[in-house]
Design a protein. Sequence first.
Length: 568
Amino acid sequence: MYYIDRIKELIKEELSVKEIDFSYPSESKFGDLSFACFVIAKQEKTNPVQLANDYVKKIKNSGIKDYFSDVKAVGPYINFFFSNYFLAINVISEIKKENEYGFKPKNTGRKIMIEYSNGNTHKEYHVGHLRNIAYGDSVKNILIANSNKVYPVSYINDFGIHVAKTIWNWQKNPVFEERPEDKGYLLGKCYSEASRKLNKEKEEGIETGKEEVSSIMTSIEKRSGGDYELWKKTRDWSVNYFNNIYKELNISFKETYFESEMIEKGLKIVDDLVEKNILTKSKGAIIADLEKYDLGVLPVIRSDKTALYPVADLALASKKFEEYDLDESIYVVDVRQSLYFKQLFKLIELSGYDKKLTHLSYDFVTLPEGMMASRTGNVITYEDLKNNIYSKIYNETKKRHDNWSEKKIEKVSMSLTISIIKFEMLKVGAEKTITFDIDEAARFEGFTACYLQYTYARASSLIRKSGFKIKLIKTDFESLKTDKEKELLVKMARFKEAIEIAAKRYNPSELAKYVFELAQIFNDYYHETNILKADTRVKEARIQLIKSLSKVLSLGFSLLGIETLEEM
RNA sequence: GCGCCCAUAGUUCAAUGGAUAGAACACCAGCCUUCUAAGCUGGCUAUGUAGGUUCGAUUCCUGCUGGGCGUACCA
């Protein structure tokens, strides 16, 4: 148990109260830890102000009083002021001792599969996908840090109608084959062009394109012939393209599933469910009538006999459960599919599985000029975003470090670019729509990845320049006397809580906020305190403090999927 | 129509039912012969609306207004 938790336990013991709702005051004049006496006073049928006073007297006359520099009652609140010395010696030792300070023991919790990224082949990879992958990957990290055994998997939709649309347009425009860009990237362009054409035809009342696309879809599903061969070739381009993106983002999966590999099994499941009357025929299609669960109707097979999304999803769910012994299966998919997932989960339940299924939804990413949709071409692709941010970062880095090698400048700029992309996607709550402003995201100041990386680089620089390795045991913790030092210590001690809250709410923004606040305290401390110029004993103690800070920052970044930079 | 989500400073976001509603950006005024100024300090400005529950509501409940999304062959 960590120091602050031990302190809390000691307080509860001393006051003989089982449950205390501790909080951390927003202002230093109210101490470092506090609790309000309203609830206990009500239970004891006494006055909260009086009770607070009695409690303070009790603490001051007890054996635990030395842990605090002061304990005060302010109205119904009791405010504890930690002793810097005990806080420093305990917190710094705890951070030093554990490689993954604040994390819970690995693989002792539940077994969870989390599916995210979910790219569509033959389509663009845009900022919406980036939100998905950054969010899913960070939730994965956070769940692991909370003791769960987690299997990250990706499901690639390589077999929907979008594929047929792209192939339709690709065949009509041989020029695509000649263009120099990455083929996976080009497929995305080809898709949005196809959508625009088909929409235009629809408005004009022309059906030919739609019929051609439908015929291509049927032909691919038969798995032979020219359309099928082209599908295989183009599909591989997309898959390679995704793999390169994942590599750049430093994200990897335990398994990658493909819709095309699920269909056959899915159709068998559908047959089975039709037999069991769970699925029914209606208007030429096969549907799940879920009206009695207030979930409407879910079409499963089109009236032209081609498969819709649930076919593959049913097969995938069953595959996951067969191959892994899971306590929970999480799907990270945007909020627009909430109803679909309720329907799907009901269908999975009806087909006999009794598993915890979670749709982890997040709101979508829009642009200042309106809703983003690759169908209309109104998107910011991963490339657009990456190149835009990279060039800004590259210029700034070059300006600051004209003595650095070209290679180093590029490496640092790329690393910062990826940090920025991930952080922008994680810093707001999942239920908030992100109106994505590309210039805003490429900022360097404020609540941004650059600010955090800069803070970390600064701490690293101090540690490097301190030049000596001090044994912790010889550190003079009495030297850490200032309020800012205490503030840093308390904040670091609360890292564990930040992880717990983030895990409980599946919410990486809690951690983003945490590391930002920690960085702010440090920057403030840095400016008002001499570290390398202090007396040796004080300097040694401060460097120990900064080493701890550096470690907590780095662990915090890692949970957000962000790598640290020693210099920038 | 029905269902889900959202509404806080000029803007983008915070706030397990608790102390004077916090940040960031923008704007204004300062701080580098000194540890990375991608930094720090100060100033300015906010809970859509009407009720209810509570010792206490940005938070929970209801109505209203405004916006977004979904609602049988897209995913």
